[in-house]
Design a protein around this ligand. Structure first.
Ligand code: IMP
Length: 187
């Protein structure tokens, strides 16, 4: 059993979803995706850093031909008319007429995906879907709904299984949620 309470920087976290539950759910997602994309050779685009563990576990559980590539998104403030701009670093695959599955660690406000999707669509892929390990529906500020969701969780901060709190916690095999007695503060 993992230690049920852990400390990451100044905050304490409790086990929320065990690694066994995570792996069971990923097997289900992989089975569904393998059915939906049979014969289509989808291209998974993993968003670094947070999705590297989810993307690799999901990818290994597929039973169909598929490809994978990773990119990093850097956001900066554009001109006042364009708002926030996102550049995709390492987006060197030709995605024209390809079936794309974006893999994300978590869709929270939806801002990252709502900013990145138009850039991807400009390159005329055959289709684009989002597979997100986690989704926080209560936090959503943009009209984005992942097509494949590992777990819907409450609007609380989580770490582990690739997700970090100020760079730490990504290597925890289970998913931890901030303890109710931990100061929420700025995370
Ligand atoms: P967005 O608000 O949907 O744009 O989410 C952007 C990013 O915030 C995600 O890809 C995560 O890297 C990060 N994030 C959101 N919620 C959490 C959390 O609870 N723990 C760790 N990272 C988070």
């Amino acid at each position: 059993m993992p230690s049920s309470t852990i400390q990451v920087h100044d905050k304490s976290f409790e086990v929320f979803i065990s690694k066994e539950k995570i792996h069971e759910r990923i097997a289900e997602l992989a089975e569904q995706i393998s059915k939906d994309y049979a014969g289509l050779n989808p291209l998974f685009i993993g968003i670094l850093n947070g999705s590297f563990i989810f993307a690799s576990d999901l990818f290994r559980a597929l039973s169909i031909d598929a490809e994978i590539s990773f990119i990093k998104l850097a956001s900066y403030k554009g001109t006042s008319s364009s708002g926030n701009v996102i550049t995709a670093i390492g987006m060197d695959e030709n995605i024209y007429q390809r079936h794309i599955i974006i893999t994300e660690d978590i869709v929270d406000t939806g801002k990252t995906m709502v900013t990145f999707l138009p850039e991807l669509l400009q390159r005329n892929p055959a289709s684009v879907k989002i597979a997100s390990f986690l989704s926080k529906p209560e936090a959503r500020q943009h009209k984005i709904e992942p097509d494949y969701i590992g777990f819907e969780i409450p609007n609380k901060f989580v770490v582990g299984y690739g997700l970090d709190y100020d760079r730490l916690g990504r290597n925890l095999p289970d998913l931890y949620i901030i303890s109710s007695n931990s100061p929420e503060g700025e995370v």
